[in-house]
Design a protein around this ligand. Structure first.
Ligand code: ZN
Ligand code: ZN
Length: 177
């Protein structure tokens, strides 16, 4: 469950994306975990995901399969700050789902690896369920890296990717103890 925004201000905030007011009408709480203040920046998680997918799709279309897609999912489009804690992790998990659904071809292996690398850095290792999701991400990343090596010309960029992937994996296992 997403954490509901604490102590809503007097004039009821609404979702800046669908413009509906809080949980009453939609059943979903408004969330916000960035630097937005007052009544700005509140949104439904599903609206945030839809919006991020829209921008992500556009960015990959414009910039190609090496675009750092996580930028569309992990920071607030209004104040540009990274989402915090649970919201950050929820958005990153939705990034993986998005990439798996829409970018499953070999040419997008890079995106598939990066979405997991960026997510595993934010796994709450104290949470058993999240930790096992993290372990699944590690397995998947390692197999994707093997495929990348097999199918692609191995470039400087790929070496940097590999280093960042292994460093994320090491951090994950260091944190899990
Ligand atoms: Zn909404
Ligand atoms: Zn914000």
């Amino acid at each position: 469950m997403m954490k509901a925004a604490a102590a809503l201000p007097e004039d009821a905030p609404c979702c800046w994306l669908c413009l509906e007011e809080g949980p009453e009408s939609s059943g979903q709480p408004l969330v916000r975990d960035c630097s937005c203040r007052g009544t700005s920046g509140f949104a439904h998680l599903s609206c945030m995901i839809t919006n991020a997918r829209h921008h992500g799709r556009q960015a990959v279309e414009d910039d190609g399969p090496y675009f750092e897609l996580s930028t569309c999912f992990e920071s607030c489009p209004n104040c540009k700050q990274l989402y915090q804690d649970n919201l950050h992790y929820e958005m990153l998990k939705s990034l993986i789902a998005f990439v798996d659904e829409e970018f499953e071809d070999m040419e997008y292996r890079h995106l598939q690896v990066c979405s997991r690398r960026d997510t595993i850095r934010n796994v709450d290792v104290e949470n058993i369920e999240d930790r096992s999701k993290g372990e699944a991400m590690v397995t998947k990343m390692l197999s994707l890296m093997e495929q990348l090596k097999y199918y692609d010309h191995w470039t400087m960029g790929d070496i940097e990717l590999e280093v960042s992937v292994y460093s994320a994996i090491c951090d994950f296992y260091y944190n899990t103890g």
